[in-house]
Design a binder for this molecule. Structure first.
Ligand SMILES: Cc1ncc(C[n+]2csc(CCOP(=O)(O)OP(=O)(O)O)c2C)c(N)n1
Length: 668
């Protein structure tokens, strides 16, 4: 193999060698530990070390890297203490993820390493978010994201590359082409000759690198990094190497042709670099033996620390409390209230539901210079519901960002922005399209704090609900899909006062919040809204009407249905609790409300099966059984998709079955 020393001094070459060798010798140690059954879940990068090490050396230490499962060299080159890594790999309490995550599925903000999730491809758009942050701050920095040849087939690869190209983001997308994805060879993965050809389709530049040549990897990434920063654009690099071990510790890949392995063994990145160093007289053979011994001893000593893990004492409340990041202390210099009476004295104005949300967004943009809004058509067009109309004139295109049609990449980018200290609000054009960003929400954003202590102050706006004759894909109530996911918060206001305060609270929350806005309420209801900046506390329900006969537990449009019913049926006295937050739920207020009448009606627009009502019903029967004088009744929409025809839609909606449900409860 040919190496060009590119003017490196001998000592510099030796330093590079030490980084490379450390990774190789850890890999070899891991093979022993796996055989001894001391570690599991290991994806060996043996034979590929030059890629991670060379690329990481080319980046500045405070530039974010998004590694994958085979990139040990990123972690060692960024100097993460090895004993802590060993503890991590054993699932120990003092590892980077407190025993909650496997192998490299963790990040370390101290080392500017973003934690991957298993879902291949999903960290590429996180790199976009970081690149956007660098661009907005006008910093001379780039982010670096790794992806395998298999990962390039995922939609996230396409979305992330396209987004970076359109927005001109300084992001290096590094494809580590090691010939196989699990058992799938490249000719069953893609049809182009080289993956780098894909660059052209996105209007970006591409380069190919010999991944077993550490100098070439280092030098190429170094130059590309400079180009990305100078020209403010992304770059696609295909780094060719080969996977010399099985897919993971227990896989024996018998289908990989022996000749291929032999061919690539000849190109071993460590052995060949050693030959080069001897040839260049940077090291003697004896010195190489010395360095090998020194590093092996170091690895053994770090393993000795890690091998005696402290007793793992489980504490359920520690686990539960780590789901969410806590609010910073002393930050709340504005009112945080649970109801209107706590804000008496402030100037109020009759405000439509839509305008109240808009005010919350507007005042938040004024308050937080680091708040970015993103969504399809939200800038000059103002969004399809005109929620953000006029914002771009006042806050500029950097902060009010139109996006291509790529929900997954935008959610990923919100996470990336948060790594660099930004807050963001993303508008889904319709809540229905959240399916396109589902993985990023439930796996990347939601689990982030629990897995490695990183938080993401992200608000996902969800224009939701039926009643407008919009059919199955523009009307869905999908809050229940997310209420099952630890790490998310869900708010769902029913009136303008709550909508403004909850929007402000959601933006101030350090955790990802899904903000459901019923489209049919946007322009149909108004209410008194204070002009001041205030928060409604997330997780607090509101008793909106006292009554004696039946407790209606509901949210969103359901609150209006309950009031309409009350108007039409004054003979039945309803006690109405507006949940406002669906995650976390206000169990205290729910129990108290049930206690008042002994009869509970759970009402929601979403379909019956598996809706929030199912959870509420189960909880009430477990915890409030003694107060109940009748079975809990759920009134929900039909278990069908939402029909387009308005008469059919009426039949679909829960409202049409409310009377029946209430009569049933009254009969007890
Ligand atoms: C979305 C998704 N599908 C399937 C898997 C299971 N899986 C884990 S690694 C892997 C192969 C990935 O191949 P490649 O991207 O080429 O990286 P390599 O393992 O070769 O480094 C697969 C299929 C996964 N983690 N994520």
């Amino acid at each position: 193999m040919y190496f060009n020393r590119l003017g490196f001094y001998n000592q510099e070459l030796v330093d590079i060698y030490k980084h490379l060798l450390l990774t190789r010798l850890i890999e070899e140690k891991m093979q022993i530990l796996i055989r001894q059954g001391k570690v599991s879940k290991w994806f060996s990068g043996i034979g590929q070390e030059a890629v991670s090490v060379g690329a990481t050396l080319a980046m500045e230490p405070d530039e974010w890297i998004m590694p994958q499962h085979r990139n040990l060299g990123v972690f060692t080159t960024r100097h993460l203490p090895l004993h802590k890594l060993f503890i991590q790999w054993q699932g120990g309490k003092d590892g980077y993820s407190k025993g909650r995550e496997r192998s490299f599925h963790f990040g370390s903000s101290e080392h500017y390493i973003s934690g991957m999730i298993s879902h291949i491809g999903s960290s590429l758009s996180v790199a976009d978010g970081v690149g956007l942050a660098y661009k907005l701050k006008k910093q001379n920095k780039a982010s670096l994201a790794f992806i395998g040849d298999g990962g390039t087939s995922e939609g996230d690869f396409h979305e992330a590359l396209n987004l970076a190209a359109v927005w001109g983001l300084p992001v290096i997308f590094l494809i580590e082409n090691n010939g196989y994805a699990l058992s799938t060879p490249t000719d069953e993965q893609y049809r182009c000759t080289e993956l780098v050809e894909k660059a052209k389709g996105y209007g970006v530049e591409g380069a190919t690198v010999d991944g077993n040549n550490i100098i070439q990897v280092y030098d190429t990434i170094l130059n590309i990094r400079a180009t990305c920063i100078r020209d403010q654009k992304p770059y696609l690099v295909e780094v060719n190497t080969f996977r010399m071990a099985g897919h993971e510790e227990s896989t024996k890949d018998k289908n990989i042709p022996k000749e291929l392995l032999e061919q690539w063994a000849e190109r071993d990145p460590v052995a060949n670099f050693e030959k080069f160093l001897i040839y260049e007289e940077a090291l003697t053979e004896a010195q190489i033996v010395g360095i090998r011994t020194e590093i092996s001893r170091y690895i053994d000593s770090e393993w000795a620390i890690a091998e005696r893990p402290k007793e793992f004492i489980y504490n359920i409340s520690v686990e539960i409390n780590d789901i969410y990041a806590l609010k910073e202390n002393g930050r709340e210099t504005w009112p945080v209230v649970t109801n209107e009476s706590q804000l008496s004295g402030s100037t109020t104005k009759q405000t439509r539901f839509l305008d109240a949300i808009k005010q919350g967004l507007y005042q938040s943009l004024q308050k937080h210079d680091n708040l970015i809004l993103m969504g399809q058509d939200i800038a000059e067009f103002g969004g399809v519901f005109k929620m953000t109309e006029g914002f771009v004139t006042e806050f500029g295109k950097d902060r009010i960002r139109n996006t291509p049609l790529c929900e997954s990449a935008i959610v990923g980018a919100t996470l990336g922005l948060s790594l660099e200290g930004y807050k963001s609000v993303m508008e889904f054009q319709f809540a229905d399209f959240v399916t396109e960003g589902f993985n990023q929400i439930v796996n990347n954003l939601a689990k982030l704090h629990y897995r490695w202590g990183q938080n993401a102050p992200v608000v996902l706006r969800m224009p939701t609900g039926a009643g407008l004759g919009s059919g199955p894909f523009h009307s869905q109530s999908n809050e229940a899909w997310f209420a099952h996911v630890p790490g998310l918060k869900i708010v769902y206001p029913s009136n303008p006062f709550d909508a403004k305060g909850l929007m402000i609270a959601a933006i101030n929350d350090p955790n990802p919040v899904l903000f459901f806005e019923h489209k049919a309420l946007y322009r149909s209801i108004s209410g008194n809204v204070p002009e001041e900046y205030y928060e409604i506390e997330i997780g607090k329900a509101n008793l909106v009407k006292k009554g004696d006969d039946i407790t209606v537990i509901t949210y969103g449009f359901g609150v209006h249905w309950a009031f309409d019913y009350q108007k039409q049926h004054p003979e039945t006295s309803l006690h109405i609790l507006d949940l406002r937050s669906l995650l976390p739920l206000d169990y205290h207020s729910i129990a108290f409300a049930v206690q008042q009448t002994g009869k509970a009606l759970i009402l929601h627009e979403d379909s019956l099966t598996g809706g929030i009502g199912a959870e509420l019903g189960a909880w009430i029967s477990e915890h409030c059984f003694a107060y109940l004088d009748a079975p809990i009744v759920r009134c929900a929409s039909l278990d069908t998709p939402i029909p387009f025809n308005t008469e059919l839609e009426k039949q679909y909606l829960a409202k049409s079955r409310m009377h029946e449900a209430i009569l049933k409860l009254l009969s007890f």
